[in-house]
Design a protein around this ligand. Structure first.
Ligand SMILES: [Zn+2]
Length: 439
């Protein structure tokens, strides 16, 4: 029996993953089947709370291997590899979970919960992670599979719950999330910064925890939510020992989630048309570059969809250097969401495909007959020798060394989206290290 819920948090605190841990703690009469799942959905939807993450659990009678997935106040929590045929009663399970959800949801959130024996069609995951899904789109599907659902507020959470439940992982990662005791929520988090750097170096299968360049922590939230940190990685076996290297104040619980984070699942490749509120990979030729107040850098890109503006926003910090180094004629690919007002791609990652040679004017040309410096006739009209009347169109130039070379470029760890696939996971390495001119 699958249970999914979404949109229970707010920007002020709490956290949908915490609710998941409460449910796993409380529902003791059933076994968990498989890892709890944290499924991130389209980050471009305007009404998202922090991370637009939906949670999915599966309950039943366990069979096969028993795997430890978490700990609450010293008690171990397990999941099972498979489930025995008999399904628990959907309504009983919903009635058991509803009070836990009501107690742990933010009163202003548009929470939703879905309980179903069958999964919705996988197409709802792809719609949910890449496009805008309306409630009417999913009602029919939920009726078809006979799912129970319950919504609060405007019930939008039912949409995310359905899309999250329908995820069949192809590419996936794990995250171990640790939580603070209730009496510490909202207070400053105590941790030894250096221990995160040590962990990062000791476990290369983890990602997005640490910014080596600035010796900065990227895995600890700044919100007053119950989370101490989230440690992401490709190897589920590595996460518990990696987590033990991180020295913090005492923790109350920790859980491992299977997630779609760091997979680029939200990116649409080779789109036929570009629609707002979706994220794309598109290629084009650099036409221009300009700067906006606030430190944003905008590139005009000539593409098969016409001229598209692409912006590296201030929070992407030194990633903006890569934009600064581009010149007209360079061929690049960008990934990011298409914003409406102004219409621009919010760039998450960039691939430099081909660079042009760049020349800079050194002086006016010399006359081939007498050797004197020629004079400019007027802008764009070339040069002429006053004495001999010789003409030339081109000034003397020198070739500049290009700072940028072909390859992938990405923002620092702290500026990445949950869904963005880090270069590390792509088997790529940024070919040019950014200079620390911006911080
Ligand atoms: Zn001359």
């Amino acid at each position: 029996m699958y249970v999914s819920f979404d949109d229970t948090d707010s920007n002020q605190g709490l956290c949908t993953t915490f609710l998941a841990t409460e449910i796993m703690k409380e529902v003791e009469e059933l076994d968990l089947i498989g890892y709890p799942r944290l499924v991130r959905l389209n980050p471009a939807v305007p009404w998202k709370t922090r991370g637009n993450g939906s949670l999915s659990l599966r309950f039943g009678r366990g069979a096969g291997r028993k795997i430890k997935i978490g700990e609450v106040s010293g008690r171990d929590i397990f999941c099972f590899e498979r489930q025995l045929r008999k399904e628990p009663d959907a309504d009983d399970l919903l009635q058991k979970i509803l009070p836990i959800l009501k107690k742990n949801r933010h009163y202003s959130s548009d929470s939703g919960i879905v309980v179903s024996e069958k999964k919705p069609s996988q197409s709802y995951y792809w719609k949910g992670v890449r496009r805008i899904v309306e409630k009417s789109d999913i009602e029919e599907e939920l009726d078809r599979i006979g799912a129970l659902r319950c919504g609060f507020g405007d019930g939008r959470g039912i949409i995310g719950s359905t899309c999250g439940m329908s995820w069949r992982p192809h590419d996936s990662t794990y995250e171990i999330i640790t939580y603070r005791p209730r009496d510490r929520w909202g207070t400053d988090r105590m941790l030894e910064t250096g221990s995160i750097g040590e962990m990062d170096r000791a476990f290369p299968s983890t990602f997005n925890s640490w910014e080596e360049r600035f010796q900065k922590v990227a895995m600890v939230p700044g919100t007053p939510c119950p989370v101490m940190y989230g440690l992401r990685g490709d190897s589920v076996e590595d996460l518990p020992p990696a987590s033990r290297l991180i020295r913090t104040e005492p923790l109350e619980r920790s859980f491992i989630f299977l997630t779609n984070q760091g997979t680029d699942d939200h990116i649409i490749f080779r789109p036929k048309v570009l629609e707002q509120m979706s994220a794309y990979y598109i290629e084009g030729t650099v036409l221009s570059r300009r700067h906006l107040p606030g430190g944003h850098v905008v590139i005009g890109l000539e593409t098969m969809y016409g001229t598209i503006e692409c912006t590296a926003y201030e929070p992407s910090k030194e990633f903006r250097s890569a934009f600064e180094w581009l010149v007209p004629g360079d061929r690049i690919g960008v990934m990011g969401e298409l914003r409406t007002e102004p219409r621009t791609i919010n760039v998450e990652k960039m691939k430099v495909i081909r660079t042009v040679r760049e020349f800079e004017k050194v002086s006016n040309p010399f006359c081939a007959t007498c050797g004197r410096t020629m004079e400019s006739v007027g802008k764009g009209k070339g040069y002429r020798c006053r004495r001999c009347g010789t003409t030339s169109m081109e000034p003397l130039t020198k070739e500049n060394i290009r700072w940028i070379v072909p390859g992938w470029y990405e923002p620092p760890t702290s500026a990445r989206r949950h869904l963005s696939k880090p270069l590390k996971r792509m088997g790529e390495e940024q070919p040019v290290e950014f200079v620390n001119s911006r911080s």
